[in-house]
Design a protein around this ligand. Structure first.
Ligand code: SAT
Ligand code: MN
Length: 614
């Protein structure tokens, strides 16, 4: 398709204006066809940027190695440029929007020289559905185009829905590496240096301007930028929720279905939980989404969730037959791998894939790599944030209703993170506001999903939205409280806090995780039905010690530890929230949350009153 084929005059003008600034060599409109995907891949393979993988073992798959500076989201280069600084809040970076647009316009000037400008019309959510949102991304990266074709719905159908004057969220993206006359990338991943990267959001005008990075959430602008940061602002204004949550369907042996959404920070196992194979007989888990949920009230007063994405951008390291066989099958064909290691027969390998590296590999830096298990300091062959981009439809556990534009009614919401201590395996909020409180205090050990943070330290990540909330986090808490007043308590999802990541003092995992997490989901399911055994504690509702069957290798003592209310640990938690976390939000912190914190503290101090089991 050519520029002249665009019937939407505002869209055409928008593309023309940007092209006049960025000065690309050519303009291509993405029609979303398999032929176009194939052609782009062939071009990238021919140029040396992509490597075609073994046609028998990984049909239709390719691998890319990024620049070592461009391997994850860059949170300190991500901006919420609201008109007023206060509206971005204490957890977002802010630059005055006029100033930021000036800087970026300067950077975009000539930034696509020697490259093709691609126009990607995409839909977040099924094309044409009432809840879907349309975006158009301009990019000079064919890697971005092909990833967007998997992660979102791209092409002609979207343009048809847009018609001649439909609304779209405008998204600019450039890798920030113009080519001089006759220059080529020579197969190298193009991007700008770190201090020139900008991932900018303009919440009032609902625009996204990204420059300098070609990787993941920095560049595939439908995902974190549109479906979370901009959508969270739209959701606040329209009375719904745009959340960093997986959505799963769970069916018990009697055939009763419940839907669960769950928020965990990046690289904390959302994809694994969404595709879990239960270890408990007769139970079934199916996948609706693994990263983002848009939840809106239905006419019946319940919250219905859709997955706005069409693919998975999953973390490869640690994905194995044991941890997530469904993800391995989803990513066994027509998949883009980024920063994994490559075997001699052009298959993929990564740390935690479940078998030793076969022979000599090419590591994610493009160097020869031979596994040396004796060398504990050996650098990993795959980058810890290496990813697979796979079509959701290829996942064996995908639920039949995953594209239903009505969404699925949510029975339970889980919050969680990586917490080696204090936080028990599972506890339940007493009511909605208590659930909002639990979401607001989520903390997690930092993972490799963001470049500029110290891996292993614990940070508060409210609702797992810290890097993704497009406005003041205190106002976002208020929005959650308000959502709870829009319907009756019985229609609201029940809220739980889970923690699969408890460790002993010796650093051993206390809980096996993965498929065994189905035992916790079963308790959650039964709480929703009202049949589970439970006890009230100072921190909320918890399973009795025998309410969750123990998996192999978990002793009764371990279980007691996993389900203990660690009074001292929780009092430290209260202290940290009171002195370090909540004060950040100042007058924007809803009073309901402070009241919850006071109540938790007094419950813990009162703890030996006979009301609880600790
Ligand atoms: O790079 S992404 O932002 O898409 C992945 C993640 O951090 O969750
Ligand atoms: Mn995510």
């Amino acid at each position: 398709m050519k520029l002249q084929d665009l019937k939407h005059s505002k869209l055409r003008k928008w593309v023309e204006d940007f092209a006049a600034l960025a000065k690309p060599e050519a303009i291509v409109i993405c029609d979303g066809s398999a032929a176009q995907y194939k052609q782009l891949m062939e071009e990238m393979i021919a140029s040396g940027l992509a490597m075609e993988l073994n046609r028998d073992k990984k049909p239709g798959c390719v691998a890319f190695f990024s620049d070592p500076s461009d391997v994850a989201r860059v949170e300190n280069r991500t901006y919420i440029a609201s008109v007023k600084e206060e509206d971005a809040g204490p957890t977002n970076n802010w630059i005055d929007p006029t100033e930021l647009k000036k800087t970026l316009t300067g950077l975009y000037d000539g930034s696509m020289k020697g490259r093709t400008l691609y126009v990607i019309p995409f839909s977040m959510g099924p094309v044409g559905s009432d809840i879907a949102k349309i975006g158009v991304e301009i990019t000079d990266s064919a890697y971005v185009v092909t990833n967007m074709m998997i992660m979102t719905r791209v092409g002609k159908k979207v343009l048809e829905v847009l018609g001649t004057d439909g609304y779209f969220v405008p998204c600019f993206h450039s890798v920030g590496k113009p080519l001089a006359e006759g220059e080529s990338d020579h197969g190298k991943w193009p991007c700008a240096p770190l201090d020139k990267k900008y991932i900018a959001h303009f919440p009032e005008t609902r625009e996204i301007w990204s420059y300098g990075s070609g990787y993941g959430g920095n560049a595939l602008l439908g995902k974190k930028c549109l479906a979370l940061r901009i959508a969270s602002v739209i959701a606040r204004d329209e009375g719904w929720l745009a959340e960093h949550m997986l959505i799963l369907k769970i069916t018990n042996p009697k055939g009763v279905v419940k839907y669960v959404s769950a928020a965990f920070p990046s690289a904390c196992g959302k994809t694994n939980l969404a595709m879990l194979i239960p270890t408990i007989p007769g139970w079934k888990v199916e996948t609706i989404g693994d990263d983002i949920a848009w939840m809106k009230f239905g006419k019946d007063g319940r919250l219905y969730a859709i997955n706005p994405e069409a693919g998975f951008f999953g973390v490869a390291p640690g994905t194995s037959e044991d941890s997530n066989p469904n993800a391995l099958i989803a990513a066994s064909k027509n998949t883009i791998f980024t920063n994994v290691a490559i075997t001699e027969d052009k298959d993929v390998w990564w740390e935690g894939i479940g078998h030793d590296a076969p022979g000599k590999l090419i590591d994610w830096n493009g160097n020869d790599w031979v596994q040396n298990k004796a060398d504990k300091s050996q650098k990993p062959a795959a980058h810890p944030n290496a990813r697979f981009t796979a079509p959701a439809s290829q996942c064996p556990s995908i639920a039949a209703e995953w594209e239903d534009p009505k969404g699925v009614p949510i029975d339970a919401i889980l919050f969680g993170g990586r917490r080696p201590r204090t936080i028990p395996l599972v506890h339940q909020a007493r009511d909605w506001n208590h659930g909002v409180f639990l979401g607001s205090i989520v903390g997690s050990e930092i993972t490799a999903a963001a470049l500029d943070l110290k891996v292993g330290t614990i940070r508060r990540d409210p609702f797992a939205m810290l890097p993704f909330c497009g406005y003041h986090m205190g106002e976002y808490f208020k929005h959650w409280i308000k959502i709870g007043t829009r319907t009756t308590a019985d229609k609201l999802p029940k809220v739980f806090y889970v923690n699969w990541f408890r460790k002993t003092d010796e650093g051993k995992w206390l809980w096996p995780g993965y498929g065994e997490n189905s035992r916790v989901l079963k308790w959650v399911f039964e709480r929703c039905e009202g049949s589970a055994k439970f006890v009230e504690t100072p921190i909320g509702i918890m399973p009795t010690i025998d309410a969750i069957d123990r998996p192999e290798g978990v002793s009764e003592k371990d279980m007691a530890e996993l389900l203990k209310v660690d009074r001292e640990g929780w009092l430290k938690e209260v202290e940290d929230v009171r002195t370090n976390h909540y004060p950040k939000f100042g007058k924007h912190l809803p009073k309901e949350l402070m009241a919850m914190l006071d109540e938790l503290e007094s419950n813990l101090k009162d703890c030996c009153c006979g009301k609880c089991k600790c």
